[in-house]
Design a protein around this ligand. Structure first.
Ligand code: C2E
Ligand code: CA
Ligand code: CA
Ligand code: CA
Length: 280
């Protein structure tokens, strides 16, 4: 039994070393990815449920790794946040999204995800989200009202006073804001009151159970109603089926996003999607 135990332990250590090695490689590769032009933005359409037209797209980063192929953000964004690389990556995303959105019809906005680190909430010196947003708008010529910034409650919670100031400045600049993954944080209601968001995005975990779970349905219904009384528009995230679409429409969501309409795709494919959608 003893030798088996040490065997397990040896494997455990080897695994840890192996994982640490993968992590280091990932960090090194990430450091070179911007200058090697390995990042790309995918776009997922957002549909206005009142007009049934495309009203925007969320920019979702993809990493075209030279040997690993496409790497998804859930794998590298947390690493980039940990080592501070999210700041240059986030700035690249802002610039690229504004530049690409300028080629779309004026009625189609672009939404960009912003990490808590970009808020400068974790003691990073020299992080200035407001300046970076200004720069991206100026360099691209995109009108501020066509840019939306998506952030989670967790991002704002880190330093409430600072976030409050940053959000106020951003609003003054004319960009809009959305609270992402709404309903999954632990103090949603207080934050709705303190910050004046334009949109809230109902988390996919509610939407995907909306047909089968009455509690998920009640929560979604309540979120929409709450948003409405506060002048905040609701977007249902992760709508995959016709039935889910009908329900979120019925409970009064203003917008939808999800595989039912389209998966995130390259900017070229998004532009063809715009064309075919407007003809259908
Ligand atoms: P998120 O902001 O909540 O983005 C929505 C995620 O759900 C995307 O995953 C999208 O592809 C996926 N999704 C959309 N519709 C559906 C659906 O109908 N069904 C299912 N199963 N999934 C759906 P993705 O692109 O892998 O991004 C994951 C997360 O990575 C994002 O979650 C966001 O937190 C982060 N992320 C992506 N791009 C950026 C970025 O440029 N900057 C930062 N800071 N974070 C980013
Ligand atoms: Ca998002
Ligand atoms: Ca989300
Ligand atoms: Ca999420």
């Amino acid at each position: 039994a003893k030798s088996a135990g040490s065997g397990v332990f040896r494997h455990f250590v080897e695994d840890m070393e192996h994982n640490a090695c993968i992590r280091r490689t990932l960090e090194i590769d990430l450091g070179n990815a911007i200058q090697n032009n390995e990042f790309e933005l995918y776009y997922q359409p957002q549909i206005d449920l009142h007009t049934m037209k495309i009203c925007g797209a969320e920019a979702l980063i993809r990493w075209n790794h030279p040997t690993r192929g496409q790497v998804l953000p859930d794998e590298f964004i947390p690493v980039a946040e940990k080592i501070g690389l999210i700041v240059p990556i986030g700035n690249w995303v802002l610039k690229q999204a504004c530049k690409e959105a300028l080629n779309w019809p004026d009625s189609i906005n672009v939404a960009v995800n912003v990490s808590c680190v970009q808020f400068g909430n974790v003691g990073m010196l020299g992080v200035d989200l407001l300046q970076e947003v200004k720069l991206a708008l100026e360099q691209s010529g995109l009108p501020a009202h066509r840019l939306e910034l998506e952030m989670t409650e967790t991002a704002i919670m880190d330093d409430v006073d600072k976030s409050c100031a940053v959000l106020r400045d951003l609003k003054q600049l004319g960009v809009t804001t959305a609270i992402d993954d709404f309903g999954t944080g632990y103090s949603s209601l207080q934050y709705l009151r303190s910050f004046q968001f334009d949109h809230l995005k109902i988390d996919r975990s509610f939407v995907s159970h909306i047909e089968t779970d009455v509690d998920a349905l009640s929560i979604a219904r309540t979120i929409v109603a709450l948003g409405r009384t506060m002048g905040i528009l609701s977007t249902a995230e992760g709508v995959e089926t016709k039935a889910q679409l009908e329900i979120v429409k019925e409970i009064g969501c203003d917008k939808v996003q999800g595989y039912h309409y389209a998966k995130p795709c390259s900017v070229e494919n998004f532009r063809s999607y715009i064309n075919t959608f407007s003809k259908s």
